[in-house]
Design a protein around this ligand. Sequence first.
Ligand code: ADP
Ligand code: MG
Length: 228
Amino acid sequence: MQGLSGDRVAAWLERAADVLEREKMYLTELDAAIGDSDHGINMARGFTAVRARLGGLDRGDVGALLKEVGMILLSTVGGASGPLYGTLFREAGLRAAGAGELDLAALASCLEAGLDGVKRRGKASPGDKTMVDALGPAVDALKAALLEPPAAAAGQAPPPSGADGRVSLAEALARAAEAARAGAEATVPLVARKGRASYLGERSAGHQDPGATSCWLLLRSLAATADA
Ligand code: ADP
Ligand code: MG
């Protein structure tokens, strides 16, 4: 795969809708422990709405497509996570405006813009036990993959890099998904400082954050689409 085209993004969103529908109860159980038991339902509703509207969306401009998805999520997910996921996709879309496809550098920049938007809107920092704790490490992994010297220059065997010896987009996305998984799992011992879970104070420790977990599922779906 070269870059992430509008068709690939659409394939990702379809896969994400399937995954979130399948994992709806899991996410809702996580939210039952430290929130109000709706995160899985919220996310499945939002991405089902995105899937229903995908056919009518222009895929020629990846930025415009991501922005539209942000608007749909904003109006359908609800809860605290709706505006935050809406912001993530909207800000990523604004950064990618006019792009026919995204290479690794563009995707890293786009997701970083989304992360910055989420942090601005939700005022969460790393370690606050939110989706930022999965998204942040994923963005870091993409940026690190981008900066990694070509395998040949580092005296390593070429795979899993692209033809030019640099880390391929698919490999970088696999690493980003893995970083998000580790980030989501690392929220377990944390005490929540933002959102509904923060009302529990110390009692929020010992549970995995639902939003960080859905963020990981989205990135795992993206990596699987890039690899397909
Ligand atoms: P609600 O908490 O309103 O019921 P959801 O259950 O859909 O909304 O989403 C909860 C998730 O939203 C949390 O697990 C957390 O990851 C994320 N979240 C909540 N508040 C913030 C915030 N201020 N910044 C970033 N993420 C947040
Ligand atoms: Mg909730």
